[in-house]
Design a binder for this molecule. Structure first.
Ligand code: ADP
Length: 162
């Protein structure tokens, strides 16, 4: 049986931190599904389609990675994908409380699904899409945080948004 794991999140946009987690997960599981959440509440900068396409581009060299999007509960998406593992990344202690709460809630919603946490290389442990967007909007060079083509798209997007 194929061991499939879903790495769900907003990925607005995907960063070197997310990529690090995807690479680690791809070594452990037969297939990783990176799943972009439709989350109207979060007010994302990039559309779901744009986020999916950027992730496809940065993971094109990893054969066992698939990219998709989902609406609704992550646990429902995980079981519909034939998976029983939800991957999340843990950067620092500050992530812990929220992730712990969410993992236990998800377990109550579907006890067959396990959440597995992976830690990125410490060089990426401070990266967040939110901070990168903020830095980019203030004119910072974000080349150390995201691949070059994403930095370019982020710049264009911010310009278009005014
Ligand atoms: P969400 O909006 O669901 O938190 P994100 O796209 O921000 O989605 O993140 C998806 C997952 O990846 C979360 O578990 C988050 O903690 C993790 N993550 C985000 N940035 C990093 C990073 N720099 N290193 C490791 N994990 C990360």
């Amino acid at each position: 049986m194929k061991r499939i794991a879903v790495y769900a999140g907003s990925f607005d946009p995907v960063t070197y931190g997310h990529i690090d987690i995807i690479e680690r997960a791809a070594k452990i599981f037969d297939q990783i599904v990176v799943a972009v959440a439709h989350n109207a509440k979060k007010g994302s900068l990039f559309s779901v389609e744009e986020r999916v396409s950027m992730i496809k581009e940065v993971t094109s060299n990893i054969p066992n990675v698939k990219v998709d999007d989902f609406a609704g509960l992550a646990v429902n998406y995980v079981s519909e994908s034939g998976a029983n593992v939800l991957i999340r990344g843990l950067r620092m202690v500050s992530d812990f409380e929220y992730e712990f709460q969410m993992a236990l809630t998800n377990r109550k919603l579907n006890e067959k699904i396990e959440t597995i946490f992976l830690m990125p290389n410490e060089a990426y442990s401070y990266l967040s899409s939110t901070l990168i967007k903020e830095a980019a909007s203030l004119g910072a060079d974000i080349g150390n945080f995201v691949p070059a083509f994403i930095a370019k798209r982020l710049k264009e997007k911010l310009k278009a948004k005014g």
